[in-house]
Design a protein around this ligand. Structure first.
Ligand SMILES: Cc1cc2nc3c(=O)[nH]c(=O)nc-3n(C[C@H](O)[C@H](O)[C@H](O)COP(=O)(O)OP(=O)(O)OC[C@H]3O[C@@H](n4cnc5c(N)ncnc54)[C@H](O)[C@@H]3O)c2cc1C
Length: 408
């Protein structure tokens, strides 16, 4: 187990500075353009691939950093650059983690490289769980996967929504119901390989923020995938379903929530994205307050402005500490007895929304225009309290964990 320390190693500092350089030199200057275009910033993803930031190797290295700080550090720096572009860069990683966590070695080796492509021909991947009637209530998914034993194929039917990179991805990871009587225990994940007939993009959403990130519906119409595309394999699924049926028969047994443990481990990464956006807006506001003069002095000389900046910085640092704690707990297998992962996501995402709004206020009229980046950062920050579980769901998870109640 890695000792917890607040001091980053020289190697970590080097990675952080390298990422910061990319965020400052490549991402931030492109942010306004891709926000207006509302399109996937393929040239920026390609640049990230060329320098090695858009790759499984880089993602895996950060993911397995024994201190747990690799991923939060990377997310904070990239999202400091710009949230929409950064999500386009890390979105594939979210799908890849689904395969890393549940796939066999063969599936990992076959599909993850196809998710990224290479620097000359970059590809993206999508993780498709949410549906029109199943957002927060993940257990009520309707997309069905039925096994065709004669052909050893799975047949998928349903509509997914809000999928980041949905429809433009080379590889889609789709969560579907294999046994409707078992609620979320009856779900399984499938790879849908490139160019599989029956998978199409539905509506592409025009969004409030993170507009450089593509979000769309994914329609699955008799999509047939080979048996080998079931993540983890059929034997493992059958054993898991048999255990769940046995428990359901006994009735009343408290759900041991493996899925919740996974969420606790992944939510700090979203918290780190929020810290990145909040820090970016705070830095713009601080510099503006030091240089903008009214009544013959910099506006930071007014306590009303300076105290806001003090509160903003305090909240950002507190959010980062919660994120780092939860990330350290996740990598060291510590039990999340107070839903510390959800706590970090809740606090960091609410902080980003608040801090970016304060930044607009400090910039006055300029803050309200697209001449300055804080307006975009505020629009972007609204996503953090929605995806990967809304703030209400984080509170629900924390409260139920504290009360020792089951979370479905
Ligand atoms: C830009 C974007 C990208 C996304 N990317 C992906 C992706 O790549 N893959 C994917 O699968 N999904 C993705 N999502 C979906 C996202 O995870 C869902 O939007 C989110 O889980 C909320 O679901 P919902 O939108 O259906 O809201 P709902 O669940 O309908 O919630 C509506 C409101 O009701 C509240 N609410 C619901 N239940 C309760 C409760 N029990 N107690 C208190 N309040 C409650 C919610 O907090 C919210 O305020 C994305 C969403 C967006 C907007």
């Amino acid at each position: 187990m890695a000792e917890f320390t607040m001091e980053l190693s020289d190697e970590q500092k080097e990675v952080r500075d390298w990422l910061h350089g990319f965020a400052a030199d490549v991402i931030r200057p492109a942010a306004a353009e891709w926000d207006e275009r509302e399109e996937t910033p393929w040239p920026v993803i390609q640049e990230a691939a060329k320098v090695g930031i858009y790759s499984l190797d880089f993602y895996a290295q950060q993911y397995f950093d024994p201190t747990g700080l690799g991923i939060p550090m990377a997310m904070e720096e990239l999202f400091w650059g710009d949230a929409g572009i950064a999500l386009s860069i890390v979105g594939t990683g979210l799908a890849a983690v689904g395969v890393l966590a549940n796939g066999t070695e063969e599936q990992i080796g076959t599909w993850i490289p196809q998710m990224y492509g290479d620097a000359n021909d970059v590809k993206v991947a999508a993780f498709c769980s949410s549906e029109p009637d199943a957002g927060s209530d993940v257990a009520s998914l309707r997309t069905r996967a039925v096994y065709d034993e004669a052909k050893d194929e799975w047949v998928l039917n349903g509509t997914k929504t809000w999928a980041t990179n949905g429809g433009i991805a080379n590889v889609h990871v789709v969560v579907a119901v294999v046994d409707p009587d078992l609620g979320s225990k009856g779900h399984a994940s499938f790879i849908v390989p490139p160019s599989t007939p029956g998978l199409s993009q539905g509506q592409k959403f025009k969004k409030h923020g993170i507009r450089a990130s593509h979000t769309a519906e994914v329609v699955l119409d008799d999509v047939r995938v080979p048996g080998s595309c079931l993540l983890g394999g059929k034997e493992k699924l059958d054993a898991r379903l048999a255990r769940a049926r046995e428990k359901a028969k006994k009735g009343g047994e408290r759900v041991k929530n493996a899925a919740m443990a996974t969420f606790e481990a992944s939510r700090p990464a979203v918290g780190a994205m929020a810290v990145g956006t909040a820090r970016a807006a705070y830095e713009v506001a601080l510099e503006y307050a030091q240089t903008r003069e009214q009544f013959g002095r910099p506006i930071i000389d007014n306590q009303g402005v300076a105290f806001q900046l003090a509160d903003m910085r305090t909240s950002i640092d507190a959010a980062r500490l919660l994120v780092w704690r939860a990330s350290w707990m996740a990598i060291n297998g510590k039990p999340f007895t107070a839903a510390e992962g959800s706590m970090s996501k809740l606090f960091a995402s609410e902080t980003a929304k608040k801090v970016t709004a304060q930044a607009i206020q400090i910039l006055g009229g300029n803050g309200y225009t697209r001449e300055y980046p804080v307006e975009r950062m505020h629009r972007d920050s609204a996503i953090y309290t929605i995806f990967e579980g809304t703030s209400e769901i984080q509170r629900l998870v924390i409260a139920r964990t504290l009360a020792g109640m089951p979370i479905r």
